[in-house]
Design a protein around this ligand. Structure first.
Ligand SMILES: [Zn+2]
Length: 685
């Protein structure tokens, strides 16, 4: 989605794309409310386990549908959003021949229709990608290897390393060439080394899956098995040289600017000028940021030393795997069977949902325009902006009050906050799809064309001014992000609907959900363990007084230790270091949202009890219910390794047990599980 190096989203990247209250079957879906008191489990004390108190009654009756790895707020909101998007796509598909040939509605309609045409897809089998596979088979000399690798990258196949034109960390007004690690079939480098029977069985399942894909593409069993083993050896070597997720969250550990000459010295066998030409760069590269130099060095030596047959096996598998969801049923099912080990989903999503999500991913702004026209009112946008502005004002006051922060750091922080951009609802300028070619033929080729279109759209960005109007997620998405290199927060229309936000709901509910759990969270990302390394303009620059840095690091370590103690699933603990930034953002967001609510109550008048709860209680309920979710254990296990967000239960109980106003609102006492001892409570915001 977003191409920026570090972007802090609110939730793990979940597929998502509203507002109609009618499900596909014609059944009425109950309207979502920001605070829904029917979900409260009154058999549990709020001071013992607030996550259970706020959502327990819902959890007790919820069943995760077979095709999902989790259910709750995101799914409920996405389901509603997807109905709107579906009507746009079905309409475009049905009437596509009446639209002008190169018009965007025609492209949308053709894209969706060719995805839904399962008859043609079944009949074609692996044929649509045969020419790519033949290209890989033609790698019989080393000189052919890098050009083929480059060609596959442009089509959207993640092999070896990843080129991306992103914001220059030392000149945030311009793009720079970035090289990232990449090219692994398992979800993280750790999967290649973790000890124990579960990890062994995952690796065995991966090798078996790779062999199965080879057989489906026509190889005999013996050569498929041998090729799969070779691929595993190559990927293990790549994984060994890969940075861990924790290191990848550290902007200082991934900042390695170098000249073209230094890159050539680091990796002499790649032939960089030829590689850059092959991916479509029209001007020579002079400067590059190599996020993981050891990784690029390893790729270089593997390009030289690893048998070509192994490279062919590796490129072949990744090409088949990236196409598999859009090929015939045996490929789709093998792809799903392997991925479901990590997601826990028991069944495929219906075809229309898979097609809709791919359309959102590839033609998102064309869809977003139609989506906004159908659902998002100017009033909703204005009201959401008002809440976000109150959050900004509350954070400013908090910065002014902080006793641990020196005046110099404070002045920079205030400047950063004042300059922080905010995008709400939808882009001011929509993406131009006129150069995208979509045709009535194999759908997998339309996906490849869309990938190549996106590649061409951005490939020549290095050295050019940064496009500050660009969005990193699509409009119907139920998520938000903060981008430190642009110093901006982004809230798409798809997220600004119930349950996150309702212009008709009480302030307390909206300030708890949109205010605390969304806007306050994203805003404080600008000042968390990662975001604080960037200045007001988005440059990687240390603007902290050393004593302030020391204080921050010590206090952040308390947050890390707090979360290390929590159980994620089975015997796995939360990774406090990996989730540190998100946990600081949740906690900071809650503090700032609460201040903003107090100001709103002072300004607009204080209502009495609503549905039996005070505004302060409804504020914390709004926050906790925004994390109403039920997750399959398989996904929780995967998230331990790959997700910088702690499980939702701890995103509720973790920060709230550090907040005195929470204890006050619910009458919790020292010694209650939801009140952590004072000496363990960090002081940051
Ligand atoms: Zn976040």
């Amino acid at each position: 989605m977003s191409r920026a190096a570090f972007v802090f989203t609110l939730v793990a990247a979940m597929p998502s794309v509203l507002a109609s209250q009618t499900a596909a079957s014609g059944n009425e879906w109950p309207p979502l409310k920001v605070v829904d008191i029917r979900w409260i489990d009154t058999t549990v004390s709020a001071c013992t386990d607030f996550a259970q108190f706020a959502n327990g009654a819902w959890l007790a009756h919820d069943t995760i549908p077979a095709a999902y790895s989790s259910s709750g707020v995101t799914r409920d909101m996405s389901d509603r959003n997807e109905l709107v998007v579906r009507s746009v796509l079905e309409d475009a598909a049905a009437h596509r021949s009446s639209f002008p040939p190169d018009s965007t509605p025609r492209k949308l309609g053709t894209f969706y229709a060719t995805c839904m045409d399962s008859t043609a897809i079944e009949a074609a089998g692996v044929r649509p990608i045969r020419s790519w596979l033949r290209g890989i088979d033609s790698i019989t000399t080393r000189t052919r290897l890098v050009p083929q690798l480059a060609k596959l990258q442009v089509l959207g196949v993640n092999v070896a390393f990843r080129y991306s034109p992103d914001v220059d960390p030392h000149d945030a007004t311009h793009y720079l060439t970035w090289l990232y690690q990449g090219g692994l079939g398992l979800p993280d480098r750790d999967y290649y080394f973790t000890q124990g029977p579960a990890a062994d069985s995952t690796r065995q399942a991966f090798v078996a899956h790779v062999a199965k894909m080879f057989r489906l593409a026509g190889q005999d069993s013996a050569s498929a098995g041998a090729a799969a083993a070779q691929l595993m050896a190559l990927e293990t070597a790549l994984a060994q040289a890969s940075l861990t997720r924790v290191d990848r969250r550290d902007p200082l550990k991934t900042d390695h600017p170098m000249s073209a000459e230094q890159l050539a010295a680091l990796a002499p066998h790649v032939g960089w000028p030829q590689y850059f030409r092959a991916i479509g760069l029209s001007a020579p590269v002079r400067k590059v940021n190599v996020t993981a130099p050891e990784f690029v060095r390893r790729v270089d030596s593997l390009l030289q030393a690893t048998p070509l047959a192994t490279w062919r096996a590796y490129l072949t598998y990744h090409t088949i795997a990236s196409a598999a969801p859009w090929l015939s049923t045996p490929f789709v099912q093998e792809d799903f069977a392997f991925r479901s080990r990590f997601s826990g989903a028991r069944a495929l999503l219906p075809r229309w949902k898979r097609c809709l999500r791919e359309a959102d991913g590839d033609l998102g702004e064309a869809l977003g325009q139609a989506y906004v026209a159908k659902t998002f009112s100017p009033e909703a946008r204005d009201r959401a902006r008002a809440v976000i502005d109150d959050i900004r004002a509350a954070f400013r006051e908090r910065l002014l009050r902080l006793t641990w922060m020196s005046d110099s750091t404070r002045a920079h922080a205030l400047d950063k906050l004042a300059r922080m951009g905010e995008k709400v609802g939808y882009p001011d300028r929509w993406r131009d799809y006129s150069r995208l070619n979509v045709s009535e033929g194999a759908f997998v080729l339309n996906v490849a064309r869309a990938n190549a279109f996106e590649w061409q759209r951005t490939v020549n960005r290095p050295g050019t001014p940064v496009d500050t109007t660009e969005w990193g997620i699509t409009v119907p998405t139920v998520n938000a992000y903060y981008d430190p290199s642009k110093n901006e927060m982004v809230f798409p229309a798809g997220a600004l609907t119930p349950q996150t936000f309702d212009p008709k709901a009480d302030d307390a509910a909206n300030y708890g959900s949109l205010g605390g759990s969304w806007a306050g969270h994203e805003l404080t990302h600008g000042f968390d363990d990662e975001g604080r390394h960037y200045d007001a303009k988005g440059n990687l620059r240390d603007w902290w007084q050393p004593s302030d840095s020391t204080h921050f690091v010590e206090q952040a370590a308390l947050v890390e230790r707090q979360f290390n103690e929590y159980i994620q699933v089975d015997t796995f603990h939360v990774n406090g270091k990996l989730t540190e930034g998100e946990n600081i953002a949740d906690w900071g967001g809650l503090l700032v949202g609460f201040d903003a609510l107090q100001k709103a109550l002072a300004r607009d008048g204080r209502p009495g009890l609503l549905e039996g709860y005070t505004p302060e209680q409804r504020y914390f309920l709004g926050y906790a219910q925004s994390w109403r979710v039920h997750v399959r254990p398989e996904q929780l296990r995967t998230r331990v390794t790959v997700d910088p967000h702690a499980p939702e239960r701890w995103r509720i109980n973790g920060p709230l047990s550090n907040i005195p106003t929470f204890a006050q609102a619910f009458g919790c006492k020292e010694g209650d599980p939801m009140v952590r001892p004072k000496d363990k409570v960090p002081t940051i915001w």
